[in-house]
Design a protein around this ligand. Structure first.
Ligand code: FAD
Length: 514
């Protein structure tokens, strides 16, 4: 073998840069399923299954394309369990003269593979990941010399540079951002008819993976009985098409809404397909823009959706790669609590949180507002160690890969980077959740009360959070107003909040018993 092309589980793109110049006569592709990728965080079963099923289908696509492949299955005799060790062992046998790969998404994986290549004395050609609109270098150039980073600035640059939703030099419709139109909740009657989510019946390859995961990772969180994710490029394209036609028209309007028992709503559910590289963000953005130009969807919906992909997704990748490895250790608010154990089981008596956790474990999915304003908000205000929060998010979602998960968790959700990602901590009382959906009606807690037996833990923890960080937040221009409201609490009120918050931290409130 001349070149050995390393393909990771989230690099499932036949057009990736690593394949440029691939010569089937002398080059070989290398892939491996290794347990370490499922155990370095205690990965949920849906997540493990999505990765393995998509990898095995990609192996078939490689073979169909006539590319020689060395593929080690998780249950193969002699599988040594980690990417680095498996690669080192296989190199001794395959004896390539060069290693090639597309830049990996994870810092940890890049280090590990570089070390193996150095140890083997082989050149390693790491190629730009052109899946993304922007390179890390582009992002670094954008960030250089700026006092603060703001997604909105980056996003406008992206719109101009790639001519997305532009009319001449102006943003389509005259406005860059229609976020203000995207905050509706469903009325009291609920969402009514919802277009069904695209589901994909597991084929023989996927069923074999589901059996393997159920056996090998039986004690890992999550369930497999409703597994229906797209695991091939063709399936991902069908899911994209269905989203554009059925859900995108109302995506914008209900982007932030919550509804009990339904995590799918008008979201795209395309994150896993994108992150595994089954879909290219350019084709996704182009499809949304074309639907608007054809008059099928309102501008606010197309813009709101495109902003997530052309803006946020690229922005968080830039943050990750320009801030690692130190970023993973950030803990600006010095949060030291443990994550409640029921995050791994869903056994809590807070209705909104139970719903988000149950859906997460059943499908490996929850939508953005559930992640940010239900699970994330609770951990932030409780004061959970960011590392533990990070490990949970990386474990449970089918779309979880570190370059996108870490900045969202540590930065946007937990404010652990001190305001690099999000301009302020997103904190709110139970009243916010009450506005976004009807969970509170079936809940034992009252979002209007901040202390006492019936107080909603979100409301208690909100006031407790402001009190604990009063000095720091009072100096924050966008938090000062919220902190000022603390003046409405007299000493007795403050004491009552503290007592209740302590009970929540000791685990006396929140766990579902019996
Ligand atoms: P849609 O609502 O349909 O959005 C469309 C697409 O935009 C998504 O598929 C995704 O590719 C992109 N997108 C949307 N929001 C973001 C964002 N904040 N950052 C980057 N891309 C975004 N997303 C992941 O892909 N992997 C993760 O591990 C992940 N972890 C998260 C952890 C926390 C604490 C939070 C608050 C958010 C996280 N997100 C993550 C971002 C976002 O919640 C998911 O991308 C989204 O919920 C996926 O569902 P969807 O495909 O239906 O998204």
């Amino acid at each position: 073998t001349r070149r050995l092309v390393i393909v990771l589980g989230d690099q499932l793109d036949l057009e990736a840069a690593a394949f440029d110049g691939f010569d089937p006569a002398v080059d070989t592709v290398w892939m491996a399923e290794v347990a370490e990728e499922s155990t370095h965080v205690w990965s949920g079963q849906p997540r493990i299954a999505v990765f393995l099923a998509a990898m095995r289908h990609f192996a078939i696509a490689l073979q169909d394309a006539g590319r020689a492949l060395v593929y080690t299955r998780l249950d193969a005799p002699g599988n040594v369990g980690s990417l680095a060790a498996q690669l080192a062992q296989d190199l001794a046998r395959i004896r390539p003269s060069e290693l090639v790969m597309t830049a990996p998404g994870d810092w940890r994986v890049l280090q590990a593979i570089q070390a193996v290549a150095a140890e083997a004395g082989l050149p390693l050609d790491v190629r730009e990941d052109r899946h993304f609109f922007t390179s890390v270098r582009d992002f670094a150039a954008h960030a250089r010399g700026r006092k603060a980073l703001r997604m909105e600035h980056f996003y406008r640059e992206q719109r101009r540079r790639f001519q997305v939703l532009m009319q001449d030099d102006e943003p389509a419709g005259g406005q860059w951002n229609y976020d203000a139109d995207n905050r509706a909740a469903f009325g009291p009657d609920g969402p009514g008819f919802l277009p069904p989510r695209s589901t994909f019946e597991p084929d023989a390859v996927t069923r074999e993976v589901l059996d393997l995961v159920a056996r090998r990772f039986a004690d890992h969180p999550g369930r497999l009985d409703s597994f229906a994710w797209p695991v091939t490029r063709d399936q991902a394209l069908l899911a994209l098409q269905a989203f554009i036609t059925d859900r995108l028209p109302l995506f914008g309007r209900y982007q932030d809404a919550l509804w009990p028992g339904d995590p799918w709503l008008y979201h795209s559910h395309l994150s896993a397909a994108l992150n595994l590289k089954l879909l290219n963000p350019r084709e996704v953005v182009a499809a949304a823009e074309a639907a608007w130009r054809a008059g099928h969807v309102p501008l606010a919906s197309a813009e709101g959706f495109i902003r997530q992909i052309l803006g946020w997704r690229e922005y968080v990748r830039g943050i990750y790669w320009t801030r690692m490895p130190g970023y993973a250790d950030a803990n600006a608010l010095d949060a030291q609590e443990d994550l409640p154990a029921w995050f791994w089981t869903g056994a809590t008596d807070l209705a909104c949180l139970r719903d988000a956790l149950t859906q997460t474990l059943a499908h490996g999915y929850a939508h953005h507002i559930q992640r940010l304003m239900v699970t994330g908000l609770y951990a932030l205000m409780l004061g959970v160690q960011p590392r533990q929060v990070h490990a949970w998010y990386l474990a449970v979602y089918v779309d979880a890969v570190e370059w996108v998960e870490l900045p969202n968790t540590l930065g946007m959700s937990q404010y652990a980077d001190g305001g690099l990602m999000g301009s302020k901590p997103y904190v709110a009382t139970g009243r916010y959740l009450e506005r976004m959906g009807p969970h509170c009606q079936g809940c034992r807690y009252d979002p209007a009360q901040r202390s006492g037996e019936r107080a909603c833990p979100y409301t208690t923890l909100y006031w407790d959070f402001l009190m604990r960080h009063e000095a720091r937040l009072a100096a924050h221009p966008r938090m000062a107003l919220q902190v000022k409201n603390l003046a409405r609490l007299d000493d007795a009120d403050r004491q009552a909040v503290r007592v209740r918050a302590d009970a929540i931290r000791r685990g006396e409130v929140g766990a579902l018993h019996g």
